[in-house]
Design a protein around this ligand. Structure first.
Ligand SMILES: NC(=O)c1ccc[n+]([C@@H]2O[C@H](COP(=O)([O-])OP(=O)(O)OC[C@H]3O[C@@H](n4cnc5c(N)ncnc54)[C@H](OP(=O)(O)O)[C@@H]3O)[C@@H](O)[C@H]2O)c1
Length: 349
C-alpha cells in the first residue's frame, strides 16, 4: 500500500510527541513534516524537542527539520497539537490552503460546521465537512476530537443512546498526564486531590451533548439531555476514571445495558480501521475494576473499560468508566479520526 505523508503541527510539544509515538509502524500514515513555533523552526526535531515519553525518540523523525506552522511545504494531512493560544488562526489557514486538519486542540470543536468526532459514536457527523467547505469556501477541512475526559464518557454512553438518555452526572478522577508537561506541581498533586480543572466541566457538558447529538440537514442537533460534570485531578499518571449516573426516558434492564456495551461495534470496526479497537467498550464483571494501573494500557489504549453497572438510588443506573487520556483521549483519537476520513474519501484522492 502507498504510504500517505502526514505533518504534525505542534510536533515538539507533549501531544505532538504522542502523535510521533502513536504513528510509529502505522500501515498508511508516515510522518514527513513537522511544524512548531519560530523558536523551534530550522532545528532538527531531536534538537528542538525534549523527548518526555518512555523510550527513545524514533530515529525516523529525529533528523527531520522543524518548520514554522505555515501552509506551503506540509502534506495534505496534518495533525494539530498546537498550543491553544495559536491554533485557531493557524488551523484555519491550513484548511483554507487545502489541508485536512485533524485537530486535537479545543479551538474549533464547538463551531457549528466542525465535526467533533468519536468515530464509533458519531461517524455520520462527518457529513458536516461538505457543509463546512461550502460555507467557508475552503478546499481543505477541519475535524476535531473531544477533550480527553469527554472521549471516555461518550464512548461509554454511545451504546446506551438508543435507550433514551435523559440526564447524566459524571465525576472524573483525571490523570496528571492530561495537564501536559510539566503539568501540576508535585507539591500540589502528591497524596492529594485537586477539585478543579479550568473549563473542563463546561467542555465535558457541551461536547457530550454535541457528540451524542444527531446530524440534521446541515447541522448537529445536540442531545437534549442534562449533563453535569465534576472534574478532579488525582495522583494517577495515565488514565481518566469516571463515575457516571444516568437517567433514561424509561428505565431499561441492567442486563440490556451491559449487553449493549459488550456488543458495541461501529463503522471503524466494520471497516477494520488500523487504530480501531476490536471492542470500543469492554465491560468488566470483577467488582473492583476497571483500575487505571491495571487496565489502561490494554487494547493499545484505544478501548474504554466499564464496570460496576448497578442501580442508582437517584437516577436509574450508575457505573465506572476508564480510558487512556493521552492515547484514546488525544493522539489515538485523532489518528482514528483521520483513518475514518480517509475511508470516506475526504482526502488522499
Ligand atoms: N496534554 C494533553 O494531554 C492534552 C490532551 C488533549 C488536548 N490537548 C491540547 O493539545 C494542544 C497541545 O497540548 P500540549 O500539552 O502538547 O502543549 P505543549 O507541550 O505546550 O506544546 C505546544 C506546541 O505548540 C507549539 N507552538 C507554540 N506556539 C506556537 C506558535 N506560535 N506557532 C506554532 N506552534 C506553536 C509548540 O512549539 P515550540 O516547542 O516551538 O514552542 C509545541 O509544539 C493544546 O491545545 C492542548 O489543549 C492536550
Amino acid at each position: 500500500m502507498k504510504m500517505i505523508p502526514v505533518g504534525i503541527l505542534g510536533a515538539t510539544g507533549m501531544v505532538g510527541q504522542h502523535f510521533v509515538k502513536f504513528l510509529q509502524g502505522h500501515p498508511q500514515f508516515e510522518i514527513a513534516w513537522m511544524g512548531a513555533s519560530d523558536r523551534s523552526a530550522g532545528k532538527h526535531y531531536s534538537e528542538a524537542t525534549s523527548w518526555r515519553l518512555d523510550g527513545v525518540m524514533p530515529l525516523s523523525v529525529a533528523g527531520l527539520v522543524v518548520e514554522e506552522c505555515k501552509p506551503g511545504n506540509a502534506p495534505e494531512l496534518v495533525f494539530s497539537a498546537m498550543d491553544a493560544s495559536v491554533a485557531t488562526e493557524i488551523e484555519r489557514e491550513f484548511a483554507e490552503a487545502g489541508h485536512a486538519v485533524v485537530s486535537n486542540s479545543r479551538n474549533h470543536r464547538m463551531e457549528l460546521d466542525v465535526p467533533l468526532l468519536v468515530p464509533e459514536v458519531n461517524p455520520d457527523h462527518l457529513k458536516l465537512i461538505p457543509v463546512q467547505r461550502k460555507l467557508r469556501g475552503w478546499k481543505g477541512q477541519i475535524a476535531t476530537n473531544p477533550n480527553c475526559s469527554t472521549v471516555v464518557l461518550t464512548l461509554a454512553l454511545g451504546p446506551l443512546k438508543p435507550f433514551g438518555i435523559k440526564r447524566v452526572i459524571v465525576t472524573t478522577m483525571q490523570a496528571i498526564s492530561g495537564a501536559g508537561y510539566p503539568g501540576v506541581a508535585s507539591m500540589d498533586i502528591n497524596a492529594n486531590v485537586i477539585p478543579f480543572i479550568g473549563n473542563e466541566e463546561e467542555k465535558m457538558q457541551q461536547e457530550t451533548q454535541k457528540i451524542l447529538g444527531d446530524f440534521a440537514d446541515d447541522h448537529i442537533a445536540p442531545l437534549e439531555a442534562g449533563v453535569s460534570a465534576h472534574c478532579n485531578r488525582v495522583p494517577v499518571v495515565d488514565g481518566h476514571t469516571e463515575t457516571v449516573s444516568v437517567e433514561f426516558t424509561t428505565k431499561p434492564q441492567a442486563a440490556d445495558l451491559i449487553h449493549a456495551m459488550q456488543s458495541f461495534s461501529s463503522v471503524p470496526q466494520q471497516r477494520k480501521l488500523h487504530s480501531a479497537p476490536a471492542h470500543p467498550v469492554i465491560y468488566m464483571s470483577e467488582k473492583d475494576r476497571p483500575q487505571p494501573r491495571r487496565d489502561v494500557e490494554r487494547e493499545r489504549g484505544q478501548t474504554v473499560f466499564v464496570g460496576r453497572l448497578r442501580e442508582c438510588a437517584v437516577f436509574h443506573y450508575k457505573f465506572v468508566a476508564l480510558g487512556h487520556n493521552t492515547i484514546r483521549g488525544a493522539a489515538g483519537a485523532a489518528v482514528l479520526n483521520a483513518e475514518l476520513m480517509l475511508s470516506e474519501g475526504l482526502f488522499g484522492q
